[in-house]
Design a protein around this ligand. Sequence first.
Ligand code: FEO
Length: 393
Amino acid sequence: MFKAKSITNDIYYVGVNDRQKLMFENQIPLPFGVSYNSYVIVDEKIALIDTVEIPFAEIYIDKLLDVLRGRSVDYLIINHMEPDHSGSIRAIKRLFPDVKIIGNARTFKMLAGYYGIEDGLMEVTDGSTISLGKHELKFFLTPMIHWPETMMTYDASDKAIFTGDAFGAFGALDGGVVDADLMVNKYLDEFDRYFSNIAGKYGSPVQKALEKMHSVQIDYICPTHGPVWREQIPKIIDMTNSLSRYEGKRGVVIVYASMYGNTEQMAEAIAEGLSESGEKNIMIYDVAKTDASFILTDIFRYDRLVMGSPTYNNGLFPEMASFLLKIENRDIKHRKFSYFGSSTWSNATMRIFAAFAEKMKWEVIGTAVEEQQSLKENAYKACIALGKELAKA
Ligand code: FEO
C-alpha cells in the first residue's frame, strides 16, 4: 500500500517518519519528529542504502516492495551502523537471503555484534567502486561522522551522495522529501540543532569528509535524517563548514541558573551592558527551563558565551553542572567566555567556572562578577561593565 518517492529516474526514497519518539537517543527532544532515510538505486542490479529503525520495518518494507516490483535487492550498503539506521538489516536479510551486505571492516564488527550477521559480506575500502550497470558507486570512508565505521556512497551517474548522518536534520518530512518541496527554514534550524548535538564533537573528521567531497560533483545530498538537499546544497555545506570549524558568528549567549531571581538579575544587567554597546544578537537562556539541545545550538552559532549560577550545596546549581558536561562532551572550541555567580554564604561558582574555562581552553573576557544574596549597586554596575567588555571582544 505505501508508496516510495522518486528522487531521480533511478533513485527512490523509502524512508519513514517517526513522530512518536519524544527524545532522540533518549536525550534530545523532537518537537517536529525525525525521519529515518533509506534509498534504493534501481539499475541492472539494485542497491538499497541503509535501513530504518525496527518499529517502522513494516511500512519500510512495503515501500521497498513498491520500488522492487518483484525484483530482489542485490546490495545492501551500510553507511552507518547506529540502530536508527541498521535496525531493519536482519529483516532485509530474511527477505532477501542472497543480498550482499556492503560495508567496511569496522561496519562488519558492529554488524556481528548487534545482529549476529557474519556471512554474505562485501568489504570496501576508501575509494572502492562497484557497478550496478549504468550507475557506478564509489565509497568514501568518513570515520567519526558519527561513529568509527561511517562512510558515504557516491553515485556518479546521478551525482548523488548518500552521506549517512552528515548533513542530517531533525524534523519528520512533511509530505515531500527534497528540500525544494518542503518548508525549508524549519529544516535549516533543525539542521543546526542536529549538527550541534550529534556531530558537534567531530569537527575535524567533518572537515576531512568535506575535503573528500570536493573531488566529486554533487547535485543531491541524501542523508539518513531530514530532507534530501538539492537547492540548499551550497548553504548546508557552508553551515557545516562553519559549525565544524567552531567559528561562531557575532553574538552572545547568556546561560544562567537562578533559584529566586537574583542570579537572573545579573544576567539581565550583562545584557543591558551588551545592548548599550550596540550588541543586538543576545540570547538569554534559563538552563532549568530551556532544553540543553536548543542552548547548545546557539552556543555553536555564536562566538561569545556568558554563564552564571548560584552556588548550590557547595557546587553549581545541578542543571548548570549537567549543562557544563554537555558542552564539554561536544568539545566546543574557540569561545570567548565570561561568568558570574551568586551565593548566600560561600561561593563555589567562580572557582568552578574559572576551571571550566581553562579546561575548554577558552579566552576569558572582562572581570567575572560575584554577588552575595541579592544584587546590589556595585555588582549591578560590574555586570553592566562586563556586558560592555563582552561587546568589544
Ligand atoms: Fe542517525 Fe548516528 O545515527
